[in-house]
Design a protein around this ligand. Structure first.
Ligand code: ADP
Ligand code: MG
Length: 697
C-alpha cells in the first residue's frame, strides 16, 4: 500500500490527546483533560508529570531543545531554545531533565520586546506562561528538532506584553456573558461557549534569485518602485486557475509539513493576482487558530526557501494589483457542539440565533472604530480602501433573508418565513442545489456567511489574535447588556424581544449589502453617521476613546495601561515602517536607479551625437533627462524629510510619516516608474514586475 501522508502522518509531531494517553498515566491524563476543558490553571504535581511526559516524547522523537513560544507585540513570534541537558554525570553521561516549573514558566529577557512604556515604569522582567489549551508540538527539519510550547508573555506586574493573553481573556469573557445569556434563553446545558476562528491566508510566491535583487522587497517586504507589467489581473485568469507545477510542489510540501504539525490545512488555490495564492485550514478555537496561523506563516516562508522561492506575506507587495489579506472567519459555539450563529430552518422563530445576531450587529456598530483599528497597520493601509479590499468603513453584510428579518424585528413586526429557494441549473442530471441564506458580497468588511461572520479587514501579515480579541470582547459586552436588561425583568420573553427590537433599531445603520467599493457608499455612510477612519494613524488614535476604554474596563480584557501601551506601540510601528520604506527608497534611487538611468542617458547622448537625425534617440534623451532631474529633486526632498523624521518619535513620527514621507515617496516613485519604461532593460538594475510576477512554471 502506498504511503498516505494525510492518513499516516497527520499530527505525528503534536502532543495531542492520543499521544498524551500513551505518555501519561490514566489519572494524570484525565486531570489534564479537565484542566483543558474547564480552562483552569495547571497545578504543581500534574505539571511535573506532564513535563516528564513531554520530555520523554520529545526525546523519543529526536528533540534536543525546548522553547517557550510566544507572540510579542512586534507582530512576530519569539522563541528562545534551551536544551534538555541539565548536567553531566560523574561517568560523563548527560543528565537530561525538564521540570514542571520549566514547563509552566520561563523568564526571557523582556527588554528587547516592545512594551509601549510598560517596562519603563515597571520592571524589565518578562515571563512566559504555558497555554496548555493549545497543543505542544515538535518543529523538526534539517536543522534539528525542538519542542515548542505555546505560551503567553507578560510583565513582572501581570501586564500582558503579547497577543495571546488578551485573546485568552476575551474568550473567557465572551464565554461568561454568552452562558449568562443562554440561561436567560432557557438553555440549562451549556457550561462554556467557545469562540472559533478560521483564517484564510493569502500570499505571493516569487522567485528567490529575483527577490534577492530587490532591496525594497528584502528590507520592507514590498516593492517601492516598479512600473506595472503589460498584463496584470484584468483577464481574471489566475483566480482558481490550474496550479503550476513548481507551486504545486511547494504546496504539497507545505501541506505535508503542516499536517505533521497537526494544522488541518484544507483548501489551496490561486488567488486573484498573478503569483498570488491562498491557504485555509479548518477552523479551531481562537487561540489555537492563532497559533496555527503563526505556524502556517512560518512554514510558508521556510518551505518557499527550500524551493528556491520567497513567500511574501506583506499586505501590498505590488502596486496596481490585489494585495493580500487574511479573512478571519469567526463563530461561537457551545461546549455541546451547537453553533450559536446558525439560523436553522426557521430563523424567525430561533430566539437564540436572533439574540446572538443582534449582539454581533450592535458590537460592530458601537465599536466600528475598534474593528477598523484592530486591522490597521502601515502596510495594510495600502490595501484597505483600495479598489480590491474591503473599504475602511466598517459595515455588516447579512444577505437578503436576514436583512428582511432584522428589518421586521427592529420594527416590532412578526418576522415572516422564507423558504430556501432552489437553484435551477436547467440540466436534469445535476443535483438539486439549495440556496444559502446569503449570497456573497466580497466588498463587505464583515459578512455573514451562513453560520459564521467573515471579517475581511485583517492584513495577510497580521496576527489574527487581535481581531479575534476585539470581536470576542465587543460581542461579549453587548451580551452583557442583554443579560443586564433581561435579568431585571420578570416577563423574560417580552424582555428578550424588546431588547432585540430596540438594539436592532439603534444599530441597523451598520448593515449594508451594496457595493462597498463605490463612491456612493462613502456618501451614504456619512449620512448614516458611520465613521470612516481613512488611515491607520486615525484608527490608532481611536484606541484612546472613552467607549473603547469603557469596553476594556468592563470586560477586564485590557487594563488602561495595557491599552495605552498598545496604542504607543502601534504608533511607533507605523512610524518605523514608514521610515524604513523612505530610507530604502532613497538608497535605491541614489545608489542604483538614478546611476543606471544616467548610464543610459550617456549612451543616448553618444547616439544622438552619432546619428543626429534619430528622432527616437533625441526624444528619449529629452524625456529621460527630464525624468532623472524630476526624480533627483524628489529624492532630495525625501532626504530632507527623512532627516526631520529621525528627530521624531511615536505619535509625532506616525503623523509626519503619513503626511510627509508618504507624499514624498509618491513623488519619487512616479518619475522612476516612467524611467523604467524608457530605459533599456539591460541597464535597469532590478527585476521588473513582469519578471517577478510571471515566472513560475
Ligand atoms: P467560505 O466558502 O464561506 O469562504 P469555507 O468553507 O471556504 O467558507 O471556509 C473558509 C474558512 O472558514 C475556513 O478556514 C473554514 O475552516 C472556516 N470556517 C468554516 N466554518 C466555520 C465556523 N463555524 N467558524 C469559524 N470558521 C469557520
Ligand atoms: Mg471565504
Amino acid at each position: 500500500m502506498e504511503n498516505n501522508y494525510l492518513k499516516d502522518e497527520f499530527g505525528c509531531l503534536v502532543f495531542n490527546d492520543a499521544t498524551a494517553k500513551r505518555y501519561l498515566d490514566e489519572d494524570s491524563f484525565r486531570a489534564l483533560k479537565e484542566v483543558k476543558e474547564k480552562r483552569i490553571a495547571l497545578d504543581g504535581p500534574l505539571a511535573e508529570k506532564l513535563a516528564v511526559a513531554l520530555k520523554t516524547w520529545a526525546l523519543d522523537n529526536g528533540a534536543t531543545h525546548y522553547t517557550h513560544w510566544f507572540q510579542p507585540l512586534n507582530g512576530l513570534t519569539a522563541e528562545k531554545h534551551d536544551s534538555f541537558l541539565s548536567g553531566v554525570e560523574d561517568d560523563g553521561s548527560p543528565i537530561l531533565s525538564f521540570s514542571g516549573k520549566e514547563l509552566i514558566k520561563s523568564e526571557p529577557d523582556a527588554s528587547s520586546f516592545p512594551s509601549g512604556g510598560l517596562r519603563a515604569t515597571f520592571e524589565a522582567r518578562g515571563y512566559t506562561a504555558y497555554d496548555c489549551t493549545s497543543p505542544a508540538f515538535l518543529y523538526k527539519d534539517e536543522n534539528g528538532c525542538v519542542l515548542f510550547l505555546p505560551t503567553a508573555f507578560c510583565s513582572y506586574t501581570n501586564e500582558a506584553l503579547d497577543e495571546k493573553t488578551p485573546l485568552l481573556r476575551s474568550m473567557d469573557y465572551l464565554s461568561e456573558q454568552a452562558v449568562r445569556s443562554l440561561r436567560l434563553l432557557g438553555d440549562e446545558q451549556t457550561d462554556r461557549v467557545i469562540a472559533y476562528a478560521g483564517a484564510e491566508q493569502e500570499y505571493f510566491l516569487i522567485d528567490g534569485q529575483r527577490f534577492a535583487k530587490r532591496k525594497d522587497l528584502a528590507y520592507t517586504g514590498r516593492t517601492l518602485v516598479g512600473a506595472s507589467a503589460p498584463k496584470g489581473q484584468e483577464l481574471e485568469d489566475h483566480y482558481f486557475g490550474p496550479i503550476r507545477t513548481q507551486v504545486a510542489s511547494f504546496m504539497n510540501d507545505v501541506n505535508r509539513t503542516l499536517w505533521r504539525l497537526g494544522v488541518p490545512a484544507r483548501t489551496e488555490h490561486n488567488e486573484v493576482a498573478p503569483s498570488q495564492h491562498e491557504l485555509a485550514p479548518i477552523y479551531a478555537p481562537c487561540n489555537i487558530a492563532a497559533d496555527q496561523n503563526q505556524l502556517i506563516m512560518l512554514v510558508l516562508k521556510r518551505t518557499a526557501k527550500r524551493h528556491g522561492l520567497v513567500c511574501l506575506l506583506d499586505e501590498k507587495p505590488f502596486a496596481q494589483i490585489n494585495g493580500s489579506g487574511k479573512h478571519n472567519n469567526w463563530s461561537i459555539g457551545t461546549d455541546k457542539g451547537v453553533n450559536l450563529l446558525k439560523p436553522g430552518k426557521e430563523p424567525e422563530n430561533n430566539l437564540i440565533f436572533q439574540v446572538f445576531l443582534t449582539a454581533v450587529v450592535a458590537s460592530a456598530d458601537e465599536f466600528a472604530p475598534l474593528l477598523r483599528e484592530c486591522s490597521a497597520s502601515y502596510a495594510n493601509d495600502f490595501r484597505l480602501g483600495g479598489d480590491e479590499a474591503p473599504p475602511a468603513i466598517v459595515s455588516i453584510f447579512l444577505g437578503q433573508d436576514l436583512e428582511l428579518l432584522v428589518e421586521r424585528l427592529s420594527e416590532g413586526k412578526d418576522p415572516t418565513h422564507n423558504d430556501r429557494s432552489i437553484i435551477d441549473t436547467g440540466a436534469k442530471t445535476l443535483p438539486i442545489l439549495y440556496k444559502d441564506n446569503t449570497d456573497r458580497n466580497r466588498t463587505s468588511p464583515f459578512a455573514f456567511t451562513g453560520n459564521k461572520f467573515e471579517f475581511r479587514m485583517v492584513g495577510s501579515n497580521q496576527n489574527i489574535s487581535e481581531s479575534s480579541t476585539v470581536i470576542n470582547t465587543a460581542v461579549g459586552y453587548e451580551l452583557s447588556k442583554f443579560a443586564d436588561f433581561v435579568e431585571k425583568r420578570t416577563d423574560k420573553e417580552a424582555a428578550i424581544k424588546e431588547w432585540i427590537q430596540k438594539t436592532l433599531r439603534a444599530h441597523r445603520r451598520i448593515i449594508f449589502s451594496g457595493d462597498g467599493y463605490s463612491e456612493q457608499w462613502r456618501e451614504e455612510a456619512k449620512n448614516r453617521g458611520l465613521t470612516e477612519l481613512k488611515t491607520a494613524v486615525e484608527a490608532i488614535e481611536a484606541l484612546g476613546s472613552e467607549s473603547v476604554k469603557e469596553l476594556y474596563r468592563a470586560s477586564h480584557v485590557l487594563s488602561e495601561s495595557e491599552l495605552t501601551s498598545r496604542q504607543e506601540i502601534k504608533f511607533a510601528n507605523y512610524g518605523s515602517a514608514a521610515l524604513i520604506d523612505a530610507k530604502t527608497l532613497s538608497h535605491m534611487a541614489h545608489k542604483s536607479l538614478l546611476p543606471a538611468a544616467n548610464r543610459y542617458l550617456t549612451l543616448l547622448v553618444k547616439e544622438t551625437e552619432q546619428y543626429t537625425g534619430s528622432t527616437y534617440a533625441n526624444k528619449t534623451l529629452e524625456e529621460v533627462s527630464k525624468l532623472i532631474d524630476e526624480a533627483f529633486e524628489a529624492v532630495i526632498a525625501l532626504d530632507v524629510d527623512i532627516a526631520k523624521a529621525k528627530g521624531l518619535k511615536g505619535h509625532e513620527l506616525a503623523f509626519f510619516s503619513r503626511d510627509s514621507l508618504l507624499m514624498d515617496m509618491k513623488k519619487v516613485r512616479s518619475p522612476l516608474d516612467k524611467l523604467e519604461c524608457l530605459v533599456d532593460k539591460s541597464y535597469w538594475p532590478i527585476p521588473s514586475y513582469g519578471d517577478l510576477l510571471f515566472h513560475t512554471n
